[in-house]
Design a binder for this molecule. Structure first.
Ligand code: ZN
Length: 78
């Protein structure tokens, strides 16, 4: 194969993007993220220092889930 072309956006290294898109990752798929979101939001509201590494990592890389989580947390805090 000739030199592979890399995408120019330096957001994540290509293999990290690949990892996020696969289902068998150490982190969560969007589906798994959604399943855990209620628990995550409740824990975050109860303890602002709450850390869920898998959720935090997914939310950092996924704007859709991040927005969902934020609005859920806002809702619970209201
Ligand atoms: Zn997601």
């Amino acid at each position: 194969m000739s030199a592979p072309r890399q995408p120019r956006e330096p957001v994540l290294p290509p293999d990290a993007v690949d990892t996020l898109l696969r289902d068998t990752t150490p982190w969560l798929s969007c589906e798994e993220c959604f399943e855990r979101m209620d628990t995550y939001a409740e824990a975050t509201v109860a303890d602002p220092a709450h850390v869920d590494e898998a959720m935090d990592t997914h939310l950092r890389g996924c704007a859709a889930c991040d927005e969902e989580a934020r609005s859920l947390i806002d809702l619970l805090r209201a």
